[in-house]
Design a binder for this molecule. Structure first.
Ligand SMILES: Nc1ncnc2c1ncn2[C@@H]1O[C@H](COP(=O)(O)OP(=O)(O)OP(=O)(O)O)[C@@H](O)[C@H]1O
Ligand SMILES: [Mg+2]
Length: 481
């Protein structure tokens, strides 16, 4: 395992060199072993062969010199029988007249070897020649047997070459197989190594294409400290850097965009807020100074005035949202009862709700401690959420506002049974300027979230499409330092 890790950490050049070295060493050692084994076998074989051949020659000499030919002939046959396996085909003993007097092949006894055939040239000294027998090459050796000055006759030995050729052939095959195995292993190893390197390079190439197309994702971790590992790590670092850069750019352009919108909005908002205040005051004046005598008509007049005032209030809160967003929030904390704020907001929303046949239900816990909050801002939050609920129910429905408290915080839950929020929109509803409404700006929830968080509170929204939405705000009763 350690060796593997060590190998993995080596550079590509070293790895290739090591592989070539290992291959060469393996193939050289294998050939060396095969050669050595063959050499030993050959030496052993030649030794045994020589020993048996010597014995056969000895018997042949005895055959020529002693009288007891019968017994010697049998022993000769036995030796030649053994030698046959080792390539000796035939041994014959010839007298000086070239007549075969004893032979391992009894059929040849009595025949005369033709000295004029060209194979045996002169009869002094040993001779050798090759003949063709039964389709095989035969090697013939003719040895004169001399005792002192007297030549007694000849020994003729016929050998087959093909046995040795077989041995050499099988040896060659072994060498061929061994080198093929070594090279096959080498090729497998080379394929493994190239795959190991080509795959991450392919991965890198694909990742580069992906990055060029804008998808800034890193590629998987690559182990080892070789060139590929290093390249991958550097690549991942680069992608990380690019991603951070892109995020910064996005943030910057978003901030620029927001600040541009903010500046434009606050300019317009100021221009609208002043006449709006004037209209509001004018209506109050109308209500007190120009009251109608007729009771019925007066009632209608007053309800119209309430609805105008509610609309003015809505416009005002929209403008406030505009002005607030983009500016840091500063809280003007005062001690208030949340129940009172809820009631005020409900009063403002009542006319619109009534118009849309929406029933408003308020359910406050028996005891809710006074809270240290920014009254105007929390009121704006409640207004934003209740307006959203009203806008979600154009064909009527029910809105319930519940408030409960443990001593440290208050949870206000506003539920409606309107159209609900689509799953894909859920993550965007708190983003500024996200809206699905024709006349919406998309700042209501963004501002509400900021205000609640500024109060160290939390806002959560659950919604089911077609069933309704529930918004819960948890606000601590006292603000920390
Ligand atoms: N009670 C609700 N029921 C259904 N959808 C809602 C509800 N509250 C919020 N949404 C969805 O969330 C979006 C964002 O709401 P948000 O109050 O921030 O903006 P808006 O109401 O569209 O515009 P405005 O700035 O006038 O409030 C809405 O456009 C709407 O799609
Ligand atoms: Mg809204």
């Amino acid at each position: 395992m350690k060796l593997f890790a060590f190998f993995n950490n080596l550079g590509l050049k070293i790895k290739l060199l090591l592989m070539m070295l290992a291959l060469s060493i393996t193939s050289i050692s294998l050939l060396f072993v095969i050669y050595n084994v063959a050499e030993k076998r050959l030496i052993l074989e030649v030794k045994r062969y020589t020993e048996e051949l010597t014995s056969a020659i000895q018997i042949s000499v005895e055959q020529l010199t002693t009288e007891d030919k019968e017994e010697n002939e049998d022993t000769l046959k036995e030796y030649v029988g053994r030698l046959k396996k080792k390539g000796i085909h035939e041994i014959s003993i010839l007298n000086n007249e070239m007549e075969i007097i004893a032979s391992s092949n009894p059929k040849r006894i009595g025949r005369v070897v033709d000295a004029k055939s060209g194979k045996v040239k002169n009869l002094e000294g040993s001779q050798d020649y090759t003949t063709q027998l039964e389709g095989q090459r035969n090697y013939n050796l003719m040895l004169p047997v001399t005792v002192g000055d007297e030549q007694l006759g000849y020994i003729h030995i016929a050998m087959k070459f093909d046995d040795f050729a077989d041995f050499l052939r099988s040896n060659n095959y072994k060498r061929l197989i061994a080198t093929s195995i070594v090279f096959a292993v080498g090729i497998i190893f080379a394929i493994f190594l190239s795959n190991k390197y080509v795959m991450p390079i392919n991965k890198l190439a694909k990742a580069t294409q992906r990055i060029a197309a804008g998808d800034l994702k890193e590629i998987g971790e690559v182990k080892g400290s070789d060139e590929i590992g290093e390249l991958t790590r550097n690549f991942n670092e680069m992608v990380k850097g690019l991603r951070e850069n892109r995020m910064l750019e996005e943030k910057l352009s978003k901030t620029e965009h927001l600040s541009q919108i903010g500046q434009l909005a606050s300019g317009i908002a100021h221009e609208i807020r002043n006449p709006l205040n004037f209209i509001n005051l004018g209506i109050d004046h109308l209500k007190s100074e120009y009251g109608l005598e007729d009771r019925e008509k007066r009632k209608e007049f007053e309800s119209i005035i309430v609805s105008i005032k509610a609309e003015i209030h809505r416009l005002n809160s929209m403008i406030n949202n505009f002005l607030e967003y983009g500016r840091p929030i500063t809280l003007k904390v005062e001690k208030v009862f949340i129940g009172d704020i809820i009631k005020e907001v409900i009063k403002l929303a009542e006319y619109k709700a009534h118009e849309q046949k929406i029933e408003l239900k308020v359910n406050l816990a028996e005891y809710i401690p006074p809270m240290s909050i920014d009254k105007q801002q929390i009121k704006a939050c409640l207004m934003n959420i209740i307006l959203n609920a009203i806008q979600a129910m154009p064909d009527g429905g029910e809105i319930s506002v519940n408030a409960v408290s443990d001593n440290s915080s208050v949870v206000i839950r506003i539920e409606d049974n309107g159209g609900g929020i689509a799953k894909e929109d859920m993550e965007k509803i708190f983003e500024p300027y996200f809206t699905t409404k024709i006349a919406g700006i998309g700042l209501g929830l963004a501002i509400t979230k900021r205000i609640i968080e500024e109060h160290n509170g939390m806002i959560t929204i659950e919604s089911r499409i077609g069933q309704g939405t529930a918004v819960a705000m948890e606000i601590p009763t006292a603000q920390g330092v």
